[in-house]
Design a protein around this ligand. Structure first.
Ligand SMILES: CC(C)(COP(=O)(O)OP(=O)(O)OC[C@H]1O[C@@H](n2cnc3c(N)ncnc32)[C@H](O)[C@@H]1OP(=O)(O)O)[C@@H](O)C(=O)NCCC(=O)NCCS
Length: 185
């Protein structure tokens, strides 16, 4: 498994491609919305230019495959998606966010399907998992649409904005992903 080169991935409507320094101006108003920070663990709010610069440094770590999600039609950024890979266990955590104006159009499901394909087919991962705050049912719906299985609720596992919140864990194994592809082909 090689993590040396970040990929550019394409779906019918979207392009997932490596971030560059010049993305920051377009990124800030999207990721800076309170609604985006409210249901994510690691996006600070307010989100500053320095936060974006720190993020670009963080994702130079070869295990963090974070890509900008953009529209193929006009190249505009609409969100971000990533796999944080643990080579020892051949597993990765999937994470994602989308600018508020783009919610509800199936974009995250479309992008994440391709990310799963990349993880299992190109990186030969054994398992991909993700978790969401209990108060973010849209994300749970995305994970189920991806074929992930609900593996449990980690009660008050996380501390977010002065409250302990439940975290719902989902996962899919390589074999399950392959089977689901065969069914749909
Ligand atoms: C959660 C989020 C990623 C969803 O992205 P999206 O592109 O709108 O998702 P999709 O359109 O692919 O799918 C959303 C699904 O959730 C459903 N949904 C939306 N709101 C819902 C709610 N309150 N309860 C249950 N389901 C809901 C939609 O109907 C859709 O399902 P459907 O296709 O069966 O109709 C997006 O809202 C977001 O970025 N939120 C802020 C950041 C975040 O929460 N990131 C995830 C952290 S775990």
């Amino acid at each position: 498994m090689s993590l040396s080169m970040l990929p550019t991935l394409e779906t019918a409507r979207l392009r997932l491609r490596p971030y560059r320094e010049s993305d920051i101006a377009e990124l800030l108003p999207l990721i800076g919305a309170r609604e985006v920070a409210a249901t994510t663990l690691r996006i600070p709010h307010p989100y500053t230019e320095q936060n974006a610069k720190d993020f670009l440094v963080l994702i130079q770590d070869p295990g963090r495959i974070w890509l900008a999600v953009s529209l193929r039609s006009d190249g505009c950024q609409i969100g971000g998606m990533g796999l944080t890979v643990d080579l020892q266990h051949q597993h990765a955590e999937l994470g994602y966010w989308l600018g508020v104006a783009h919610w509800g159009k199936g974009y995250v499901t479309e992008a994440a399907r391709e990310m799963l394909r990349y993880g299992f087919e190109d990186l030969h991962l054994h398992r991909i998992f993700a978790s969401h705050f209990k108060h973010n049912p849209a994300s749970g719906r995305v994970l189920r649409k991806l074929g992930m299985r609900h593996e449990g609720c980690q009660r008050q596992h996380l501390h977010k904005w002065d409250q302990f919140v439940d975290s719902e864990l989902y996962g899919i194994l390589r074999q399950e992903w392959q089977l689901s592809r065969e069914v749909h082909e």
